[in-house]
Each structure stands twice: as structure tokens, then as C-alpha cells.
Design a protein around this ligand. Sequence first.
Ligand SMILES: Cc1ncc(COP(=O)(O)O)c(C=O)c1O
Length: 416
Amino acid sequence: MDCARFLTNVANRRKSSIIREWTTKFMANQNAINLANGMPNTKTFPFEEISVTYKSGTKVKLTGDELAWSLQYGPSQGYIPLVKKMREFQEYWYKPAYNDWDILFTSGSMDGCSKVFEMVVEIGDPVMIQIPTYDGILNALAPFMPKFIEIPQDHDGIIPESIEKMFEERIRHGKPLPKILYVNPTGANPTGTVLTESRKSRIYELAKMYNFLILEDDPYYFLHFLDKKPTTFLELDTDGHVLRLDSFSKILSAGIRLGIVTAHKDFIKRLIKHMESTSIHASSLSQMLLFKLLNTWDQEKLEQHFKDIQSFYRERRDIMLSSLEKYLTGLAEWEIPKGGMFVWVKINKIKDVMELTKEKCISHGVFVIPGHAFNHDRSKPEYHIRLSYSYASPEEIDKAVQILAQLIRKEIGKQN
Ligand SMILES: Cc1ncc(COP(=O)(O)O)c(C=O)c1O
């Protein structure tokens, strides 16, 4: 795989840090004397001990070297024992089908996506994105002024034929070809779709055929409501066309700010350079907490945790669906989410939902997101809203949908 072909001028101009390289070597050598770094002396820090208690009652204490490591600068790729552990985790869950892959810890998946965009998107480049898509991604891309190529979705996720058609058309007209496809395959934000295995295989074939990268942003992977775990693009990848983003935000804590990029090692090297000169590395304390958790829980416990999360959100989804049935039948349409945290609701008979969501809902104490947020062109009229069932209580969900229905009725009366 020729990764160099995908790199931007900015990525090529990034230099590696001598100091960071020495730090990584020092960290791996317990007996070395370090006169190299400006590492603060942890003796001067006010923390004697950091301890956490899991809900099961198990206590984990960080003292001595582990505490010192948690409070100190570390290697830009991640805490070395944790990087090793996460490689095993990736092997277990996704079994990448080639050897030259590696991982990098980031401050969440959003951080990883932004760094990948900077690595492969030149100003004005064409970029394929699933539409509608999470606004954080659209905003991360906006400074690159890309030519957005919209890849539409139906209830099974993005449609491979539209990619193929678009490539054929651009080739015929001599237009520049996109180098990357952004896709959020499991429990997509905002539609709740899960991209099917057969579509993933076809899209991967197309990626090889037309030589584009697949940015697989999958923070809801463990929040699917299917009988069997979805196959990932990473599992299909045989040579490095896939850059996978995992996130710990939805499964451990969003505030811990941890994610990982799994990709061809040549891309990971570039991303590490970026990390060295931006946040330096993901939080040491967060990484240590994750490391301790993965050492404390065995595989069975971890899988049980994922199953518990799935049942929690499935239950909340069903509560929201029954409130939608009760109050919005005839006023709106929606698909049953197959994963994630959101229902994408199409409001009938309202030409644009901005006023409804911004003026009416907020003044009645109900916050929902207008569909405009999920399109790079926010000026387009939208009749979708995104409802989240992750955070509100079952009673609040029911009350909010009831209020929403009243406001929609009023708005329809006004517009017609
Ligand atoms: C599709 C998608 N990507 C990325 C993120 C950001 O995740 P993280 O907290 O890991 O940065 C979100 C958060 O809602 C999301 O929905």
C-alpha cells in the first residue's frame, strides 16, 4: 500500500520531534538516567494517591510508579503497556487481515478524525461523506473548504451504487477523484442505521478499485442492537485502505477523552508526528485508568459490560419509540434505530423545522436538534429532527415527545 500518495503538503511538512523520540526510548528503559527532558518532577505534585472504585465495589489505587506515570508526560503513541494491550483488543474484536497496522491513542474519536483530515485532505479536495452526518465531522472538514460529495443513506446505511456512479461520472468528465470516504457505520449519528455487511464488502471493493481511503468512525460500535456483532471495514481490509476510529466515550466515559486510530503503520507514523506537536499525547491519567480496567476485567466481564450497555440503550430506544407511536403517529415518520443513541424523525407537513426547534421547543423546555446540523449546507430547508434517547429519563422522554407533538400541531396549523 502506497500511503505517501494520500498525504497532504501539510502532513509532508510535519517534522518528528527529537525530544519526543528520546522520551519514548527513555520510557522503555527503566535503568536509564534522564538528563534529556524537561519532565516535571512528580515529587512536586500535590497528589499522594489517586483511587477509583468501580460500581462492582472493586477499588483501584494508583500509587508509586503508576501514579507517577499517570501524572507525567508519556510517549505520543500512548502508554507502552496499554498500546500493547489495545493491539490485542483490536486483534480480538476485528482481526485485521494484514500485518502492517498499528494504533495511536487520541483524545477521543473526534481528535482522531480531525488529524486524519489534516493528513489527507488538501484545501478544496473532493471528500465523500455520508449524508446526513454528525456536525462535528462537517465542522472539522469545513476549514479545508472541501467539495462535499454526498453519499446518501437508506435504512441499511450508505448506498454503494451511488459511490460507483459518482466515480464513473467524475472519471468521464475528467474531474478530480476523492481520496477519502467518511463513514459512521454502526448506529449512525443521526440516522441510527447500521451499514450492512454486504454493502461494506462492496464499498471496500470500490475503495480498492478507485483507490480511496475509508475513514471508519465507529464510536457506537458496541451500542448496536443486532444479534451478531457487525463486521467492520477494518476486518475486511487487506492492505491499509481503512483507517478505523474507536472511541471510549460511549462505553467508559466521555470525559476520559480517549479514542484510538487503527490504520496502516505509515499513516500512524504521520499521525504520531501530528500528535507530537499538538496535544503531545492523550491524557496519561485516562490511559492509566483504562489500563487498570483492562487488567482488572477479563474478556467475559468486558463483554458483559458491552451487553449491559446495549440493553440499556435498547430499552431507552423502545421507550422513545412507544412515545413516538403514541403522540406522533400521522404527524411524523421514523425508522427503528439499529444502534446508537438517536431517532431521525421526519416531520410531515412542515417545510422547515428551524423555527420549531429553535424558538418553540426551547421556550417550552425541550431541546431537539434540527436536521440542518447534519448537512454541510445549513441553508437547505429541513424537515428532519434528531431525538436522542440516551440521556433523558423514561418519564422525561414521554413528556418531551408529548410537548413536541403539541408544538408540531400548532406549527402545521400556522404554516398551512
Ligand atoms: C459520529 C461521531 N463521531 C465522533 C464523535 C465524537 O466522539 P469522541 O467523544 O470519541 O470524540 C461523536 C460524538 O457524538 C459521533 O457521534
